[in-house]
Design a protein around this ligand. Structure first.
Ligand SMILES: [Zn+2]
Length: 409
């Protein structure tokens, strides 16, 4: 893959600051049969644009290779379900959707968020390229357009469903390689005065928590507000509100409207001030970040090999995409972790991408011989998972949290 121009400003001065090696796709969990076939691997390198400050992947995998068969299901998490309900309540009130206004959710996954809007009186449409996820939302009765969203598909969407009062994208905005086409599509589908609300993992939190495992091929962008404002301004739109959220250990929610259609809230300046304070617009900050990631790798591997040398049985908990990055970059395989427990039936019976550790149901944690220590790969759901696994801990089992520093609880 060739190095690409900056996703936001199209400049050619993107400097690589973090090289995570060549890794398998983080959401492609092989079956036992797949293990005998070669697994595609792609370079995973993160760069900083000297032109606009946007942090992004230096090489990009074609989206069709990642999103047409997708094993991540939103409703698998209690925390996320509660978050979606709250988001729908807030936006229904803020944008007056209760009288049947159209909401389009881009990257709608299993339609969890749209169900929350429908229950509050909105009309709904989901846009998602995943073929396998359609069956998860079929029972909900929510209409779905199967495909990628962009300038070329927006026309067909408005012809069939009309223009939208609200477009949402939770955790899909970082996936989009053609941002110009995406924003042009937004302009085409939004009704006058309509808003686009996105939620994405936030670069300041990624930096602060050394959350390097947020990096995988699907995430081509790591968003801060400053470059995001530039992107929308280049297309006649503007960010009118910016909110930091605690979910997933730190997200940014931005509300975007056509320029002049909404009032710019004070929150935009507040968030920009935080970004300045963290120095995320300076390449030095990112070179230091990469050193911290290397330090974390040494710390976690010391901890695991020490426990192993003491004869402890080790396993993992959670097989999120971020876990795939961490396992591969740290070099943790089935020789270190006996298995990984995950609640998603779609992943049980499969293996972690690249590292090939078997994935089993969480009940296995309580079966003999049970592990002594469990590496928590879904560390962003610490509270929820520790509560679910109270019995394992009561019996003496311990969790190892790998990020932002090693903790055993
Ligand atoms: Zn740039």
């Amino acid at each position: 893959m060739a190095e690409s121009a900056c996703l936001v400003c199209a400049g050619r001065s993107v400097e690589t600051f973090l090289d995570l090696g060549s890794t398998a796709l983080a959401n492609k969990f092989p079956s036992a049969e797949d293990l005998s076939r070669p697994e595609p691997r792609f370079p995973l390198r993160v760069g900083f644009c000297h032109g606009c400050g946007h942090v992004q992947l230096v090489e990009r995998v074609p989206p069709a290779a990642m999103f047409t068969d997708y094993l991540y299901v939103s409703s698998a998490s209690d925390t996320l379900r509660a978050h979606f309900d709250d988001l729908a309540a807030t936006l229904t009130a803020r944008h007056g959707l209760a009288d049947g206004g159209l909401v389009i959710d881009i990257g709608c996954n299993d339609a969890s968020l749209l169900c929350c809007f429908r229950d509050r009186g909105a009309r709904t449409l989901g846009v998602d390229p995943a073929e396998n996820l359609a069956e998860f939302s079929r029972d909900t009765g929510i209409e779905r357009y199967r495909g990628f969203f962009g300038a070329d598909t927006a026309g067909e969407i408005t012809d069939r469903w009309g223009r939208a009062a609200l477009v949402t994208a939770t955790n899909t905005f970082p996936h989009i390689p053609d941002l110009s086409g995406f924003v042009a599509g937004l302009d085409a589908v939004l009704a006058p005065g309509g808003a686009f609300v996105l939620e994405a993992h936030y670069l300041v939190d990624l930096l602060d928590q050394v959350a390097f495992d947020t990096v995988y091929h699907e995430h081509v962008s790591y968003w801060a507000l400053d470059p995001m404002m530039r992107l929308f301004e280049d297309h006649g739109m503007e960010v009118v509100r910016a909110e930091r959220l605690p979910i997933h250990h730190g997200q940014l929610r931005a509300t975007v409207m056509r320029r002049g259609e909404g009032e710019v809230d004070r929150s935009v300046d507040d968030v920009l001030a935080v970004e300045k304070q963290f120095g995320i617009d300076r390449v030095d900050t990112w070179r230091t970040f990469a050193e911290r990631v290397g330090g974390l790798k040494a710390e976690v591997m010391d901890c695991l090999s020490g426990l192993k040398a003491d004869g402890r049985r080790l396993a993992g908990y959670g097989a999120p995409a971020k876990g795939s990055t961490l396992l591969e970059y740290f070099g943790v395989g089935p020789g270190t972790l006996d298995f990984i427990a995950d609640r998603s039936p779609l992943k049980q019976g499969r293996y972690t991408p690249g590292s090939h550790i078997p994935i089993v149901a969480p009940a296995r944690l309580l079966e003999d011989p049970s592990p002594d220590h469990v590496l928590l790969l879904a560390w962003n759901f610490e509270e929820e998972i520790l509560a679910q696994q109270a019995e394992f801990r009561r019996r003496g089992g311990r969790f190892i949290l790998p990020v932002p520093e090693v903790r055993i609880v």
